[in-house]
Design a protein around this ligand. Structure first.
Ligand code: FEO
Ligand code: CA
Ligand code: CA
Length: 642
């Protein structure tokens, strides 16, 4: 989802309680950050494979990844997608495609909720891949796990251009189009992936009908109870599943991001949730569902928003399993949850809270992951410590634990239990003094190098007196990428180093204050990094959401992180008009790259009748369709090499 409805709800910012210019000075005078030189001249070799001083992790000894090798595509904007010469992009699943053999054919003029729950949902975002079968080194069958983040109402239904309100039936279709899809896919000898509709694993999870269990510290709290669920432990559906993660034990995590947008109505005077809801922007009033369904109207169901904003875990090998909202991982606008197994076996999940001036978190499980005993991992996510990041000007990150009774998280600040701390994660993090960031999107561990890449997409609200070392630009329209180095590869560490990898935007525009390796071509730079992925050889790929601000469509770029090429971008995929690129997910053999093309045809003044593209069908009376594409090399070699 783009920046159009992003705002600030962090009271520390409104109060001006943070951010000082002199920490920038201190930061810039430090060795690591470009040595205070103008960026492009200084970028080459900066902070390269040895990492910044003080970090002696595996980054120093990691075997070098192969250099990127592909014919870069050009910047631009049109209604179709583009891949490099020698590559093909195949459509795997489009909104409305069958997930089961009995799914009705897609008919955008006669949509029903029942049909949508048998079909691929709207606005694909996260993509997970769980391999099932390999032939030699090539994966040939696997499960694709795809989030359906939100619905772009005006592109989805005909006849909305006259200001007509949605019908209840249309709202139900929207509810059904949210959630996720788990579907088996199979690769043929030519390298083309196709859905296996008869697979026993196929499943549609929706906001409309999938019952979920609430587990962990907030389960059963009075603040989680509603008239329909007096237990506070059961909830229907999941909302705004943006990015996510696949756990080391093979489950699928669906991050609940902009849940506030689904609620409308006014809280009763004096409702104790008023401050909590305000901190999360509830009610956002983006959708009309609350007209027809009381649970989306806070005047009628004031606690319902507390049941969203969590991390959902799904057992993909048991389609009858009940998904679980893991409240130990905190409640905020969860972007994603990629993980890594630390040297002592505990599992660490990195998570962004995607809003202007919100925070970066990591969750460390209390117990180690047991690769021999899947049952032992079943509830690993119910116990552990959630930490929030404070970045300082000397290049350190302190990870501050959110534990009831410690520091300010006590009854004197209206925290009476760990449930309260988790339900109001943001307010707890405010009190701990976390660093307000420029919209944290994906956070991706690089296990072999003992480091983590953090995408900060943009923040045009940051003023000059609010800049700090880790967020160094006022009115940051293009975002930046931070590298966090965990000491000695210990991802559970509570003290890490950090470094800015690139400052996005046009390096040829002196007013942009962009910082790239000068080897970056006119096509290789970008704005608004969002989703990202490591390929199997340890190379970083970055997708954008908002690159239109640079005058070109969103896409996917290869980004070098080591050696002399560190900080060099290279354009690989360009999305059709209106779309952001999500998902990026490589198969373990590196021969397929799945991308989610989200909200194609979007843009100012667009509608079902008048989209900015009719990708991917290009049929006059058919709407654009969010779709997953699989990219392969014509010679079936590894993506990005050769
Ligand atoms: Fe749904 Fe933060 O992107
Ligand atoms: Ca985004
Ligand atoms: Ca995102």
């Amino acid at each position: 989802m783009d920046d159009s409805d992003n705002y600030t709800s962090n009271p520390r910012i409104e109060a001006g309680a943070r951010t000082i210019n002199d920490i920038i000075e201190a930061r810039l005078s430090r060795r690591g950050f470009l040595a205070g030189l103008s960026a492009s001249a200084a970028m080459s070799g900066v902070g390269c494979s040895t990492g910044p001083e003080g970090a002696s992790g595996p980054a120093a000894t990691k075997a070098p990844s192969p250099a990127f090798s592909f014919a870069e595509i050009t910047r631009g904007a049109d209604g179709d997608h583009h891949v490099p010469k020698g590559y093909l992009a195949d459509l795997v699943l489009r909104w409305g495609d069958a997930v089961f053999p009995d799914a009705p054919p897609f008919d955008p003029y006669a949509q029903t909720a029942a049909a949508q729950e048998r079909q691929f949902g709207y606005n694909n975002d996260f993509i997970g891949f769980h391999p099932l079968v390999s032939k030699g080194s090539t994966v040939t069958r696997g499960l694709l796990c795809v989030n359906h983040e939100f619905t772009t109402t005006r592109l989805m239904f005909p006849g909305l251009t006259q200001g007509r309100l949605l019908t209840k039936r249309e709202c139900e279709v929207e509810l059904a189009a949210h959630g996720g899809t788990i579907i088996e896919i199979e690769r043929d000898r030519e390298g083309v992936w196709r859905p296996v509709l008869t697979s026993q694993f196929n499943r549609r999870i929706s906001a409309r009908s999938t019952v979920m269990m609430i587990t962990g510290p907030a389960a059963g709290s009075d603040r989680m109870k509603t008239s329909k669920d007096p237990s506070g432990k059961l909830v229907i559906g999941t909302l705004n599943n943006c990015a996510g993660g696949m756990t080391p034990w093979g489950t699928y995590l669906m991050a609940e991001e902009n849940f506030h947008g689904y609620f409308r109505g006014e809280l009763a005077e004096g409702d104790p949730e008023a401050g909590n809801h305000a901190r999360c922007g509830v009610p956002g009033g983006w959708y009309q569902w609350g007209r027809y369904f009381d649970r989306f109207d806070v005047s009628k169901t004031p606690n319902e928003p507390n049941r969203f904003g969590w991390m959902v875990e799904v057992d993909i090998l048991d389609p009858a399993s009940t998904p679980k909202k893991r409240t130990a991982m905190g409640r905020f606008k969860h972007e994603g949850a990629e993980s890594v197994v630390a040297p002592d076996g505990r599992v660490v999940f990195y998570m962004g809270d995607d809003q202007r001036f919100d925070y970066v978190y990591k969750f460390v499980t209390a117990r180690p992951f047991d690769s021999e005993d899947p049952a032992a991992n079943r509830d690993l996510l119910d116990e552990g410590t959630l930490y929030v990041a404070r970045f300082d000007a000397e290049g350190w990150v302190d990870w501050l634990p959110l534990i009831f009774g410690e520091g300010p998280l006590t009854p004197s600040n209206e925290f009476h239990s760990q449930a309260d701390v988790m339900i109001e994660t943001r307010r707890a993090a405010d009190l701990l003094g976390a660093t307000p960031m420029d919209r944290p999107e994906d956070v991706e561990p690089d296990p072999a190098a003992g480091r983590v890449f953090l995408m900060l997409t943009n923040n045009t609200s940051r003023t000059a007196d609010q800049i700090d070392a880790a967020n160094p630009r006022a009115s940051n329209a293009f975002g930046h990428i931070i590298e966090i180095i965990e000491p000695n590869g210990d991802f559970t560490s509570t003290r890490s180093r950090w470094e800015i990898l690139v400052q996005c935007g046009d390096p040829a525009d002196p007013t942009a204050d962009a910082k790239w390796n000068p080897a970056t071509s006119e096509h290789g730079w970008f704005g608004s990094p969002d989703n990202c992925a490591m390929d199997p050889t340890g190379r970083l790929w970055v997708a954008t959401d908002g690159n239109q601000a640079t005058g070109a469509n969103d896409g996917l770029w290869a980004l070098s992180t080591d050696g002399k090429s560190r900080g060099t971008g290279r354009a690989f995929f360009r999305a059709p008009n209106g779309a952001e690129v999500c998902g990026p997910r490589f198969t373990p053999d590196g021969r397929t790259l799945f991308l989610a093309v989200q909200h194609p045809g979007d843009g100012r003044g667009t509608s079902f009748e008048n989209p900015s593209t009719r990708w991917p069908e290009f049929v006059d009376d058919r709407p654009p369709r969010p779709s997953v594409v699989a990219i392969r090399r014509k010679d079936l070699g590894e993506i990005g090499s050769g």
